[in-house]
Design a binder for this molecule. Structure first.
Ligand code: ACO
Length: 428
């Protein structure tokens, strides 16, 4: 392939260089397009064909169902690594040595206390508040409690901000859940591992000892790893674009949490469970709901199916399905919802509507079932996704700032009125 792209506009022709990634992905570098063509731009709603950046963090091939963090396959990481190792890998680029991991964890624990005044903010939320709203507000509030700005040219400053948010975020996650459950806000214990501590902060009751179930811990570790990064999705792009204005890390993350909340993104795991519950209440007739999903006059969509980039299978869904079976078997949970989920999956995988459109179960199809078996309320599912995605957001923010990327500022093609004279109110 030639390493230039040629563009013809009317009489004029232009040449643009091609950019090649390490996995041979190719892009046309149009940085000079507007200047060279006297104002012509590209338009690509939803950015389906637009690369916003060069990134060395996550590689995914939607056609082949490949997902790798820093070159390591998601299958291998989910089997052999734990969440904190994966977080380190994503953020700093290499798997940590034992000493590096211990130091990282120690530094995180050192910063894990959240200012006690944050409790006053939580007190002001109604118990009915959605925990994603609480989480994004509290993450934003951290900027007020930690006002010193990060000097991105100082490795030390950068590292301090990273361990701060890695330490405080799980506390906010747990507090968001305890708020809606009317439970006293607590801290875990510095003697526990990162994920064990998250579980303790979420589930420990004030009147009994909390014993960690290793099956649940293992499942949660895997779920967090599977959600840890997914290159330039909606929330990650949000984090990068907000950060590109040099807004701080916590403010950028808070914006990312809001983006994640939507049902077409992270909110899908809650929507899946609500859909399965509704099907159960309606007699469990999966065929009826399959027909609704295919009916173009019906807005109903099969939640947990389809993906913007995976058009073959979602490799995370394969791993998660096994985890779901394991957790439900080991915990002895018989959930009729799992049967409905399996029925829908079977039907969709052999239905021409879904096959032709390459609609397969995505990561969120099974994650809600696991969270439910763990005793996590449905409104918390997207919060759990945010907890998993935190290292990915941090890694992407860090890469963007260290790469000195310019402020994100797309252009537009204006389609409104041409210039008109102002009329005074009496003349309108
Ligand atoms: N149920 C029924 N039909 C669907 C579904 C679905 N879940 N998803 C896509 N389709 C159909 C569309 O109606 C469209 O049909 P058409 O070509 O006849 O018009 C075709 O498949 C393509 O769909 P688009 O919406 O154009 O695909 P896009 O890539 O823009 O959207 C998305 C992907 C948003 C994930 C979509 O599949 C969807 O809404 N799925 C349900 C929500 C969901 O599970 N989201 C979680 C995504 S994973 C994550 O964020 C972690």
């Amino acid at each position: 392939m030639e390493d230039i792209a040629k563009l013809q506009i009317g009489e004029n022709s232009y040449e643009f260089p091609l950019v090649k990634g390490t996995e041979n992905e190719v892009a046309i570098d149009v940085k000079t397009l507007r200047g060279a063509t006297n104002g012509v731009i590209t338009i690509d709603p939803g950015y389906k064909n637009t690369g916003a950046c060069l990134s060395a963090i996550t590689f995914l091939d939607g056609e082949k169902g490949i997902l790798r963090y820093r070159g390591y396959s998601i299958e291998e990481l989910a089997e052999k690594a734990d969440f904190l190792e994966v977080a380190y890998l994503l953020i700093f680029g290499e798997l940590p040595t034992k000493e590096q991991l211990e130091q990282f964890h120690a530094d995180i624990k050192d910063k894990a206390i959240v200012d006690d005044d944050v409790r006053k903010i939580i007190d002001a939320f109604p118990k009915s508040a959605h925990p994603m709203g609480i989480l994004s507000s509290l993450t934003s509030a951290l900027t007020a409690f930690n006002p010193s700005s990060v000097n991105v040219d100082s490795e030390e400053d950068m590292y301090r901000a990273i361990v701060k948010i890695m330490g405080k975020f799980p506390v906010l996650v747990a507090w968001a859940m305890r708020k809606i459950q009317g439970m006293p806000l607590n801290y875990g214990s510095n003697s526990l591992g990162y994920v064990e501590n998250v579980m303790t902060m979420m589930f420990a009751k004030p009147n009994e000892d909390y014993v960690i179930n290793p099956i649940v811990k293992n499942a949660l570790d895997k779920l967090l790893i599977l959600h840890a990064d997914h290159e330039q999705n909606c929330s990650t792009s949000t984090v990068r674009i907000v950060g590109s204005s040099h807004a701080g890390l916590f403010a950028s993350l808070s914006a990312g949490i809001s983006a994640l909340w939507g049902p077409l993104h992270g909110g899908a795991n809650q929507a899946v469970l609500e859909m399965l519950e509704a099907i159960k209440q309606d007699g469990g007739d999966t065929k009826k709901y399959m027909a609704k999903a295919k009916d173009k006059n019906d807005p109903f969509r099969l939640m947990g199916f389809g993906h913007r980039v995976y058009k073959n299978f979602d490799p995370r869904a394969k791993i998660i399905k096994e985890v779901a079976d394991q957790v439900l078997n080991d915990l002895g949970v018989e959930d009729p919802i799992l049967e409905i989920a399996k029925g829908l999956e079977q039907e969709a995988l052999s239905d021409p509507y879904f096959v032709d459109r390459k609609l397969y179960p995505n990561v969120d199809f099974y994650s809600g079932i696991i969270y439910r078996a763990m005793g996590i309320p449905v409104e918390m599912f997207t919060v759990m996704f945010a907890l998993g995605r935190l290292p990915g957001w941090i890694a992407q923010w860090r890469e963007m700032r260290l790469g000195k990327e310019p402020i994100g500022r797309p252009r537009q093609i204006y389609t409104g009125e041409n210039h008109r004279e102002f009329k005074n109110i009496s003349q309108r």
